[in-house]
Design a protein. Structure first.
Lengths: 247, 14
């Protein structure tokens, strides 16, 4: 069996939004400890990992199940959540559906068809990074918006103790520099200068679910995948994005 | 700005 009650449907919607920007389908691996899911996008450029411990739920009861979901359909249903709705997720094993129930002034139920998506058994690779930056999501997203004006990819750099978001187009350039004492920076753990270039659209998708005051943990090296990690409503979201590399 | 590589280029993910 699987039944989970989430006090704020809107918080869970953010998690589904973040995943559905990058993935078509996902397998939720539910167990008595909580829900986890790991998947790569079809092009293998990005990896999404989510961990929602049972403590993040108002009520939680589950055996071990793999629940395969079409994320586009799930996202459309979650878009129907109202501000004060509770969310109940419930596996109907007989009908092979996931019941998605919004409980507000009325009880509204959707039965979502399950997909035969087997769990990937993916692990987030344990990479050692020379640099780790904790930054307010709003500040980072703003820097990405600046970069978006000049090109569709962006360099994330660590230079001389500063964290720099830099883009260069045919004609124009943009640069945002964060120093360690900036109000937007929570901490910078800098080991060495680094530079990696990334597709901007992916970075925007990965950070879309974060509110501006949420804290992003960004790990970067030179020509390495970037790791971006943040928490939403007690759930942990981790993303890896492969870089663009000079050939 | 180079060529997009995949995560498979960095680690074996199953």
């Amino acid at each position: 069996m699987f039944k989970a009650v989430i006090s704020e449907a809107k918080e869970f919607k953010k998690i589904i939004d973040a995943a559905s920007n990058l993935l078509d389908e996902i397998c939720f691996e539910v167990s008595e400890d909580g829900i986890k899911a790991r998947a790569m996008d079809p092009s293998h450029v990005a990896l999404v990992s989510m961990d929602i411990p049972k403590e993040a739920f108002e009520e939680y009861e589950a055996d071990v199940h793999d629940i395969g979901i079409d994320l586009e359909a799930f996202k459309k249903i979650m878009n129907r959540a109202k501000a004060k709705d509770k969310l109940i997720l419930e596996l109907d094993e007989e009908k092979n559906k996931l019941n998605v129930i919004f409980k507000g002034t009325a009880r509204r139920k959707f039965a979502l068809a399950l997909y035969d998506v087997s769990s990937s058994n993916l692990q987030v690779p344990d990479i050692e990074y020379p640099n780790e930056i904790l930054i307010k999501a709003g500040a980072f997203v703003d820097a990405l918006k600046d970069a978006d004006l000049v090109n569709d990819h962006v360099a994330l750099k660590v230079d001389d103790g500063k964290f720099i978001i830099y883009a260069k187009g045919d004609l124009n350039e943009s640069e945002t520099i964060f120093e360690e004492d900036s109000e937007d920076i929570i901490s910078m753990n800098i080991g060495e200068n680094a530079r990696s270039t990334f597709n901007l659209e992916y970075l925007k998708d990965m950070t879309k679910a974060a509110s501006s005051d949420d804290i992003l943990k960004i790990c970067i090296g030179t020509d390495m995948p970037v790791k971006i990690e943040y928490d939403i409503g007690g759930a942990n979201l981790t993303f890896l994005l492969a870089p663009r590399i000079e050939s | 700005f180079g060529k997009q590589v995949t995560l498979d280029d960095f680690f074996t993910i199953n």
